[in-house]
Design a protein around this ligand. Sequence first.
Ligand code: F6R
Length: 609
Amino acid sequence: MCGIVGYIGKRDAYPILIEGLSALEYRGYDSAGIALVHGKGFSIFKDKGKVDHLKEITKKISAGGCGTGIAHTRWATHGAPSQMNAHPHLDQSSKIAVVHNGIIENFSLLKQKMIKDGVKFCSETDSEVLAQLIGKYYNGDLASAVRRALQDIEGTFGIAVVAADNPGVLIGARRGSPLVVGVGEDELFLASDASAIVRHTKKVIYLKDNNMIELMQGTFNTTTIDNKKVNPEIQNIDWDADSLAKGGFNHFMLKEIFEQPETIQNAIRGRLLVDEGAARLDGLNLVLQELRSIQRLIFVACGTSWHAALVGKYMIEDMAGIPVEVEYASEFRYRNPIIGPNTLVFVISQSGETADTLAALREAAHKGATVLGICNVVGSSIARETHGGVYLHAGPEIGVASTKAFTSQLTVLSLLTLLLGRMRRISHSDGVTVARALEAIPKQVQKILKQNNHIEEIAKTYAKHNNFLYLGRSYNFPVALEGALKLKEISYVHAEGYPAAEMKHGPIALIDKDMPSVVLAIKDSIYDKVISNIQEVNARGGSVIAIANEGDKEIEKYVKHVVYIPKTIPMLSPLLSVIPLQLLAYHIAAIRGCEIDQPRNLAKSVTVE
Ligand code: F6R
């Protein structure tokens, strides 16, 4: 949450910072601000609202001459979204400007102490404490002042700091919040993630936790916060700025839904061994013997990634016969979990920066577990701190509602199922069946996407309803949860996902003509039971939108609307059945006029608890 950009170089900092903020806006969009250093002070602009508003209020400024600056887009934690609480924050004598992502846990104590010493605060934020502390310690050497201030701080931070009297230096530091440094020709960049700087350079340094970087004109110095020399690795970004554009779609979410045939293919590429009916996942860094000796798996994740983990549990228990537990990271990290021998922990995260998932990873590692990651963002904290793992290769996901990352997670989990299953229960011929079915998925997704207009028509019928039930069984129960989450987060419509048979233990009381049910009625071994559940809804006057398999004409007798999806094996059906639910949520939100890519109160990367 919160996006940070910094620039130091020969060009005007203003347009680079503003453009960088726009790319980071998915991280938070309550308020935005910018500080430019012109040697004898700062030019500061900040206000409540989005980056476009900041652009509006700054369009008349003369940017010429300021080659150093920092900027921020905020997701409020301490203090409501307002001009006063927007970053950058200054110390009381306006010598120092700071932008901060994270939470300073001891800010209240520090603030009271400083108020007693006569320091005047002008915001409600925890971040201002940091600006005041750095200001207190600053005597011309910015790196030393930041280092000293960070010793007083408890909590998490990714920061960029500048001094009014020295345009020749920009400091970045991190603990628990991501920071990436862009290395250009005679210019350096700092950002919460690479999307803010990829237009300018593809050479980056992913700053490690507890590290600090001093950026000067054309050169930099990396140390730990307690001042031990660090030799950072410069890496190359393997995607380009084009993947950040909407490409003709109205929203990033829709673009990302339509990218899924390609992103699923990217997750499969080089990993699926069709003729052997197997998979290779070299990044796990485990030898055959280690893989064979696994007796239990724990999947830890949040939100949509947790739903993917639940599908993974059904796949692996069913096909590989290994018991799997699925944990919410926020619960796992605090509840003293038992991690026995021969247990492998997987943390699943699109961003690789989710605070609870990262803390759960550390807890599991502390207890001696081997922890592996399934991540999308290369070089993210989770990717770096795990013992090994698998990247999704889905490209940047900008829409706050996760779509393509979910299907890529499911793809990787099916590959993992094949890998582990072939050592146990899956025969060669069954392995080939699974591999062929997985190979066919991208084209099948393409086919479902062609029904976009039909799904939009269904959305028109139901866009005014305020309550929805999503029902599924077996592999499609987690899909029901995911469908309901997609709808509620982008359209603000109340939706609940349930195992279809659980409906009669409570939620059935809600059903009437105003509460439609979206039912995943896939032809599998319990299809008939799902039909019975549909009839239970009908008997109470509810209407049903079914997701069913092509050729299932019978279902039309029982439901108001059907979206047909191609047939696949049961374990892969979530990869197809979720697509209509993503589109349904998208169209309902669009008809209701919601801000689809930046829903209220949400942020893409949840780097606070
Ligand atoms: C929902 C959504 C969130 C994330 C969750 C975990 O559309 O995107 O529920 O799935 O915040 O994020 P990651 O996967 O980045 O750890």
